[in-house]
Design a protein around this ligand. Structure first.
Ligand SMILES: NC(=O)c1ccc[n+]([C@@H]2O[C@H](COP(=O)([O-])OP(=O)(O)OC[C@H]3O[C@@H](n4cnc5c(N)ncnc54)[C@H](OP(=O)(O)O)[C@@H]3O)[C@@H](O)[C@H]2O)c1
Length: 287
């Protein structure tokens, strides 16, 4: 039997970069779809979700595909077109990266567009699986400069979130892309417990040996601190995301990571320990 080929979109991204080696470890041929940045350990194919011809070429001869793209105003349309092209190319299995609590009537725009993609893919008659990860632990790396100064802030109050390590999302995706029995399933991917941002600060403090405090920010201050770093549409979506977290709507703990990978999901303490260098003080004080 030929070795199966798995196409990974977003292969330079947070989940994709970890998925490539996870798939290689499972013995499949990996085709990394990128817009030009090279991905080591895989065959590289250059394609852009906005260029359907390039996507159709990237999908030729692929057995399974992992669909992931960043949030954008037209992300749903781009992902839906990719799914249609995957069906047309005869791809045997499509695994879609969605988001925890995706729902067509959600007040959170990201959750609405993910739900639209899920519904479309569900109607294609294709072997497909949906992964719905909660907030990424790796998102804290975006706050690393502030954390290195001993504080970080977000509009979330005392609400707990069962945030998940992207390495676990990648391992779960690799299991679904290469294993049997996942067709038509939706897996919600979370960490092993729900934690408040105060508890995240404690985990970072314990890992780095330095005092790191969490401070509540108003949505307005939070948005102002990120203005210029994100386009307005994405910034507004992020504020909606945090309002959803602050309402306590993202605190359920699911066992899917352990069920799919055969080992426990990483805890925030594990994440903090593995990333102490990223949170080292700006003055060079190593952890
Ligand atoms: N962040 C979270 O906490 C979280 C939680 C749950 C779900 N999610 C979902 O995760 C997804 C990914 O979000 P992310 O921000 O972490 O992004 P990401 O996966 O780190 O990065 C986006 C990837 O998409 C690629 N890409 C960008 N534009 C593209 C295009 N036009 N055509 C082809 N590839 C393109 C980028 O490649 P190059 O730039 O190298 O070309 C990069 O590899 C989103 O759907 C989001 O809703 C995120």
């Amino acid at each position: 039997m030929n070795t199966p080929t798995v196409l990974v979109t977003g292969a330079t991204g947070t989940v994709g970069a970890a998925l490539v080696p996870a798939l290689r470890a499972r013995g499949v041929d990996v085709r990394a779809m990128t817009r030009g940045r090279a991905v080591p350990g895989a065959a590289n194919v250059v394609a852009d979700l906005r260029d359907p011809e390039s996507v159709a070429e990237a999908l030729e001869g692929v057995d399974a595909a992992f669909l992931n793209s960043p949030s954008a105003e037209d992300a749903a349309a781009l992902q839906i077109r990719f799914a249609d092209l995957a069906r047309d190319a005869g791809v045997g299995r499509l695994v879609v990266l969605s988001q925890y609590a995706a729902r067509a009537d959600s007040p959170v725009r990201f959750l609405r567009w993910h739900a639209e993609v899920e519904a479309h893919v569900g109607g294609l008659g294709l072997d497909h699986t949906v992964l719905r990860p909660n907030l990424y632990m790796q998102g804290l790396l975006a706050f690393a400069p502030a954390i290195a100064q001993g504080r970080f802030a977000a509009p979330i109050g005392e609400a707990a979130v069962s945030l998940v390590d992207t390495r676990d999302i990648a391992d779960a995706a690799a299991a679904v892309l290469t294993g049997a029995g996942h067709a038509g399933r939706t897996y919600t991917l979370t960490g092993p417990r729900a934690v408040t941002h105060g508890q995240i600060a404690q985990a970072l403090t314990a890992a780095t040996g330095r005092d790191i405090a969490f401070h509540e920010a108003t949505p307005e201050r939070f948005a102002a601190s990120l203005a210029g770093m994100l386009p307005p549409w994405q910034l507004e979506g992020l504020v909606e995301d945090y309002a959803h977290y602050a309402r306590g709507e993202a605190a359920e703990v699911h066992t899917s990571v352990a069920d799919l990978t055969g080992r426990p999901a990483r805890d925030i303490a594990d994440f903090a320990r593995d990333h102490t260098a990223a949170f080292a003080a700006a003055d060079g004080h190593a952890s």
